[in-house]
Write a protein that binds this ligand. Structure first.
Ligand SMILES: [Zn+2]
Ligand SMILES: [Zn+2]
Length: 396
């Protein structure tokens, strides 16, 4: 067994109370995407205390820096945590409840920042136990398009030099504390928003033959989309097209409206299928409208891409996770159709995103979300061990 494991675990439990304090401070003072100014200052203060240098101003409030181990290695591993909160009114009545009305760390990004700071405390304390460099990325605006990750990449976060790999973690409600979950290949979905306007010709509902009824056309379109997904989607792939709204500008029972607007979300786990589906969604909408003498406007707003966990790197992390957390403590997880802007990093360099067990707690994006804080020392320690181990030359 790697002798560093005991050392990391001991230190992680020593700093646990400090991590709880940090997490509660982040939790009590959440900030929305692109507005993480005070959060950023807090992180900067901790880094200064640790004597770790960094640069700021990435996507406004992001922080990026490097620390170097003392052993010989030319490896560079990147660690990422997101910083933003959600526009949700917190319903918990805890001492660290959000003090910012209508804003809440309901997706656990307070936990991710705390765990990354904890990992840096460990890596900084035991530089003699590892080599190469660790690049840390505190990233703003995960929750809002176009996503802080895509902006950071444009700003050059993966350049000079390019990291060999990047890892990120996310809280997982319902998973036991002391466990992580991970899976190779497609792990999270692309997410695009579909907006369709069907333009017909309104009039008296009793004189439908003088109108072009966009409601009937919309009904056909909804079913055509489901037939398309059912018959054209590759059978071995998960993907979904769900319409969330259908609306008209009419409120009367006896009026055929001029227009119907539909909107929905399209999710996929494969980029080829994703772009083919966009083309087909447009073709189907245009041709069904044309068949019934209506016209249509269609706008697909491009969201986050598919998040692909590098297969070999994932296997390495499963093995390292079992070494650190113990047998049966790494769950193999399949893909899910939620999305994450960490996906952008996975398009550029080998990347793995894994889930951190935070106990039997309500799900993320809920007003009563919270975690079992015991998860913090596991989140910090596991990430530190990953970084130390992956920074050895020759390991993927
Ligand atoms: Zn979220
Ligand atoms: Zn999140």
């Amino acid at each position: 067994m790697d002798s560093r494991i005991g050392i990391i675990k001991n230190y992680a439990s020593t700093i646990q109370s400090q991590l709880i304090e940090l997490r509660r401070d982040f939790h009590a003072h959440p900030e929305l995407s692109f507005h993480e100014a005070a959060t950023s200052l807090k992180i900067q203060a901790v880094l200064r205390q640790l004597g770790i240098s960094f640069t700021t101003g990435w996507c406004k409030h992001g922080i990026v820096g490097e620390i170097q181990g003392e052993l010989s290695s030319n490896r560079l591993v990147a660690l990422r945590a997101d910083m933003d909160a959600l526009p949700i009114h917190e319903k918990n009545e805890c001492s660290y409840k959000s003090t910012h009305e209508g804003v809440m760390h309901a997706c656990g990004h307070d936990v991710h920042m705390t765990c990354l700071l904890g990992s840096l405390m460990i890596l900084n304390q035991f530089k003699s136990l590892w080599g190469g460099k660790v690049k840390f990325i505190f990233q703003p605006a995960e929750e809002k398009l176009p996503g802080g990750a895509s902006i950071l990449i444009e700003e050059g976060v993966l350049n000079q030099p390019m990291p060999d790999l990047i890892i990120g973690q996310h809280v997982q409600p319902g998973m036991e504390v002391g466990k992580i979950g991970i899976g190779p290949g497609a792990f999270m979905a692309s997410c695009d928003e579909i907006y369709i306007k069907i333009i017909g010709k309104g009039g008296h509902a009793a004189q439908a033959h003088l109108c072009i009824d966009p409601i009937v056309i919309a009904a056909q379109l909804v079913l055509a989309f489901q037939s398309f997904m059912n018959r054209e989607k590759p059978a071995n792939q998960a993907s979904v097209l769900s319409l969330g709204t259908i609306e008209t500008n009419s409120e009367a029972t006896n009026i055929i409206p001029d227009e119907v607007k539909l909107s929905g979300t399209f999710r996929a786990l494969d980029e080829n299928w994703r772009w083919l589906a966009h083309k087909r969604i447009k073709e189907i909408a245009v041709s069904i409208c044309k068949a019934f003498n209506a016209t249509c406007e269609i706008d697909i707003q491009i969201g986050y891409p598919c998040l692909i966990n590098h297969p070999d790197l994932t296997e390495s992390l499963i093995q390292l996770g079992e070494e650190y957390l113990g047998d049966m403590k790494v769950e193999r997880l399949g893909a899910r159709l939620t999305s994450e802007d960490f996906a952008y990093y996975s398009q550029v360099i080998p990347a793995v995103f894994y889930r951190l067990g935070v106990g039997q707690v309500p799900g993320v994006h809920r007003a009563d979300f919270d975690i079992d804080e015991k998860a913090l020392e596991h989140g910090a320690g596991t990430m530190a061990y990953f970084a130390m181990s992956l920074n050895t030359n020759g390991v993927l």
